[in-house]
Design a protein around this ligand. Structure first.
Ligand SMILES: Cc1cc2nc3c(=O)[nH]c(=O)nc-3n(C[C@H](O)[C@H](O)[C@H](O)COP(=O)(O)OP(=O)(O)OC[C@H]3O[C@@H](n4cnc5c(N)ncnc54)[C@H](O)[C@@H]3O)c2cc1C
Length: 387
């Protein structure tokens, strides 16, 4: 029985597709408000991806609202802000900002992706995630349930079925390598170095480990034949950049390096819901990773979703409120992230040098204000009832 038009009861039920950060966060948020949740995950287990995540204050507020903020803070590294350099080490911007946490009421954190996923999965509880459960027909999931939450990532099958004609993810024109390595103290910040169509980044993620990422503008699918080839490519591109980049690359084992071509949705769907099906996380707003906000926004999505469903309205009405509350924000962050992609990955060396001069001239307070706008989100004020 589909109870869409009934007022909310204590045990409404949802099928969530995907156990990534979005799906786990949504499952947790819904369970905390009394929903009965099943998460369908096609993988056989949560795969520990060797990468890190930057969690901006907006994400930490969302994690607090989900009841796991303390566990995340315990495992993460506390960061002071962000810095920007040139490959020769000269500074372009130092936005280290000890006041950031006080201003936002929440810190900026670096964490291993697998740690965040494990914390969310433990909080969701046992027997909620069905592994090896690939959803082929999301329509079938609506039968007997009040809601389907599509958290099935950038290539969402639910989006493809329900949002026919919506633009497919497109190659952003650059590739990204990621790795986590044990390393001596590295500046407690999101440290990026911008070259010409190449970038290198370092983020401490706790327990003496550092998350590394690097980008290069290349044609799609020009990957090396094996991990050793990828590491050689990384070393030849970045091995002569400023310290400590060469030492960090020297410390890497080939198997620690992951490479993906960056894809993003050209635009966010106009509506993030259809009836009682709702898109969250990358299924809704897969964006270029240049602001480190994709997972942060997925956590926000989960909190807002549970919030709107807490009101005494039918599910489809609540999801219309979710769409309205989320669409503009996620579309704006997606656009900004794509702009940074163009600024850093397109154009020739002359344009890169003009860009560097412009970045150096931007007053720190303006950069700070821009960052505050993106990461200044707070959860809706009415607290979600505890489970
Ligand atoms: C290089 C890079 C760096 C990034 N850095 C950051 C950062 O620092 N901070 C940040 O906030 N964000 C960052 N992001 C973005 C972030 O990784 C994503 O936004 C986030 O992981 C999306 O989570 P998700 O759960 O929506 O999707 P996914 O992680 O893709 O999860 C989708 C899940 O659904 C499952 N699934 C798919 N189809 C089906 C199906 N049919 N049936 C069942 N299961 C299915 C998949 O197996 C998967 O487990 C980065 C992204 C990249 C590429």
């Amino acid at each position: 029985m589909n109870r869409t038009n009934e007022p909310p009861g204590p045990r409404r039920s949802a099928n969530v597709v995907g156990a990534g950060i979005a799906g786990l966060a949504a499952a947790l948020a819904l369970r905390r408000t009394g929903w009965c949740v099943t998460v369908h995950e096609r993988a056989a287990a949560l795969a520990p991806l060797g990468a890190g995540l930057v969690l901006w204050p907006n994400a930490v507020h969302a994690l607090d609202a989900l009841g796991v903020g303390a566990a995340v803070r315990e495992q993460a590294a506390m960061l002071d802000g962000s810095t920007l350099r040139r490959p020769d080490g000269r500074w372009l911007a130092r936005n280290d900002d000890p006041g950031l946490a006080a201003r936002h009421g929440a810190p900026l954190l670096g964490i291993e992706r697998s740690s965040l996923q494990a914390i969310l999965a433990a909080a969701v509880g046992p027997d909620v995630v069905r592994f090896g459960s690939e959803v082929r027909d999301s329509e079938a999931l609506t039968t007997g349930h009040d809601m389907v939450v599509a958290a099935d990532g950038i290539r969402s099958r639910v989006r493809a079925a329900g949002w026919r004609g919506h633009a497919q993810p497109a190659y952003a024109g650059y590739t990204v390598w990621r790795a986590v390595v044990a390393a001596e103290a590295v500046t407690p910040a999101v440290s990026e170095t911008w070259g010409h169509r190449e970038r290198f980044g370092m983020v401490p993620v706790g327990s003496g480990r550092v998350y590394l990422f690097a980008t290069a503008t290349v044609g799609a699918q020009q990957h090396a034949e094996d991990p050793a080839g990828e590491l050689n490519d990384l070393r030849s591109r970045f091995g002569r950049w400023h310290d400590p980049i060469p030492a960090l690359l020297d410390a890497l084992e080939p198997d620690a390096v992951m490479r993906h071509d960056v894809h993003a949705l050209p635009r966010v769907p106009r509506q993030l819901h259809r009836g009682t099906t709702v898109l969250i996380g990358d299924a809704a707003h897969a964006m270029e990773p240049n602001l480190g906000q994709g997972a942060c926004l997925a956590l926000e999505d989960a909190v807002v979703l549970a919030h709107v469903l807490g009101d005494d309205v039918p599910v489809d009405h609540a999801l219309a409120r979710y769409s309205k509350a989320r669409r503009e924000r996620v579309a704006a962050v997606s656009r900004l992230s794509a702009q940074i992609g163009r600024l850093t990955q397109d154009g020739g060396p002359v344009r890169a040098s003009i860009r560097d001069t412009a970045v150096r001239l931007i007053p720190a307070r303006l950069t700070k204000r821009g960052m505050d706008r993106t990461s200044g989100w707070k959860p809706p004020s009415r607290p979600s009832p505890e489970r």
